[in-house]
Design a protein around this ligand. Structure first.
Ligand code: PEP
Ligand code: MN
Length: 346
């Protein structure tokens, strides 16, 4: 919908906007009001270039879009009934719990095997474990290819499907070849459109699920959902949105907790939303509260860092990881909140 700065455009300006929209296969339908005339764009009005050209005209106040910018992930798309299932859980039918270490320590694989078993007993459906890590400090432990074997061995021992982050095409190939069921796009890469495209292309035709973290710098809901659209656009719509706190941090927390975004995402997209409270608050003591708040806001599940002995962990684990006991209690309460929000019908 085109809203001009004046009440009625002179014929030469109507001609100009008509010529622009016709270039993109649309036409103009004036809606004549008593005082003001506005101009509907009839046709597919999603072309950015068409909108940019119209917005660039000095006599246009603004363009209001009627259609969603995302074709696949929109709440009104044909995919809105699409179901994503992993670890025996269909998202939306019961809560999905992902848990495990931030980082696999290749020198101490037994910790990871024990953590895998412990998170399973605590109620996790998917085991997370960082093989390759995006670290702010270049001298911090960056992960290790060897950890991929440990991850898959823990998967075999525990019977849980696994989630790990990939940051480049090589890691993507290694993870898929190894049988990783869930690929994580980290917060730092959620705006890396080349990587999103590579992942989308690689998972097309597979059952693989992508856990898309929210970037620290995503200001709008559309940016987040559009990142999911990049992946789904290649043919596999198994994308889960994962808020995990944004920048700048709330003084005292690691990031700015953003679980309150869940209902807003759900107004616009059918994509399941699984919240990561660990990176959001970044302190084990407050992770359970953040996790439960996420469920209260309507999250479909949680992704939580946990370790059998957090103080002996690497990466974020010493600060953030929950012990198996606290994890189990958090999942138990989370399930109760989920059930309160999803009463069984008659
Ligand atoms: C992680 O899951 O360990 C991680 C690095 O997450 P994020 O990308 O959200 O920082
Ligand atoms: Mn981490």
């Amino acid at each position: 919908m085109i809203l001009p700065k004046v009440n009625r455009l002179p014929p030469e300006q109507v001609q100009e906007i008509t010529e622009i929209v016709e270039l993109f296969g649309c036409r103009i339908q004036p809606i004549v009001g008593a005082v003001r005339t506005i101009y509907a764009i009839v046709g597919d009005e999603r072309d950015e270039l068409m909108i940019n050209r119209l917005e660039g005209l000095s006599y246009i106040e603004r363009i209001d879009r009627i259609q969603s910018p995302f074709k696949l992930m929109d709440i009104r798309s044909d995919l809105s009934t699409h179901q994503i299932t992993i670890g025996g859980v269909t998202l939306g039918k019961s809560p999905l719990f992902i848990a495990g270490q931030c980082t696999i320590d290749p020198k101490n694989p037994d910790f990871f095997y024990e953590t895998a078993q412990a998170v399973k007993e605590a109620g996790a459906h998917v085991l997370r474990g960082g093989v390759w890590k995006p670290r702010t400090n270049p001298y911090a432990f960056q992960g290790d290819d060897k950890s991929l074997e440990i991850l898959m061995e823990a998967s075999r021992r525990s019977g849980l499907p696994v989630d790990t982050e990939v940051m480049d095409e090589n890691q993507l190939k290694l993870a898929l070849d190894a049988g990783v069921a869930m690929l994580q796009v980290g917060a730092r890469n959620a705006l890396n459109y080349s990587l999103l495209r590579q992942i989308g292309a690689a998972v097309a035709g597979r059952k693989t699920i992508v856990l898309l973290k929210r970037s620290l710098h995503m200001g709008t809901l559309n940016e987040f959902i559009s990142a999911a659209e990049y992946i789904a656009n290649f043919g596999n719509p198994n994308v889960i949105l994962c808020p995990r706190g944004t920048a700048p941090a709330l003084d005292g927390y690691r990031n700015f907790p953003d679980e309150s975004i869940v209902p807003l995402l759900k107004e616009r997209s059918w994509a399941p939303v699984v919240v990561d409270p660990s990176h959001s608050v970044g302190r084990a003591a407050y992770v359970p509260a953040c996790a439960l708040a996420a469920l209260a806001y309507g999250a479909d599940g949680l992704c939580v860092e946990a370790h059998v002995q957090p103080s002996k962990g690497v990466g974020d684990d010493p600060k953030q990881a929950l012990t198996p006991e606290v994890l189990g209690e958090t999942f138990r309460l989370a399930r109760e909140i989920w059930t309160l929000r999803h009463p069984v019908g008659p």
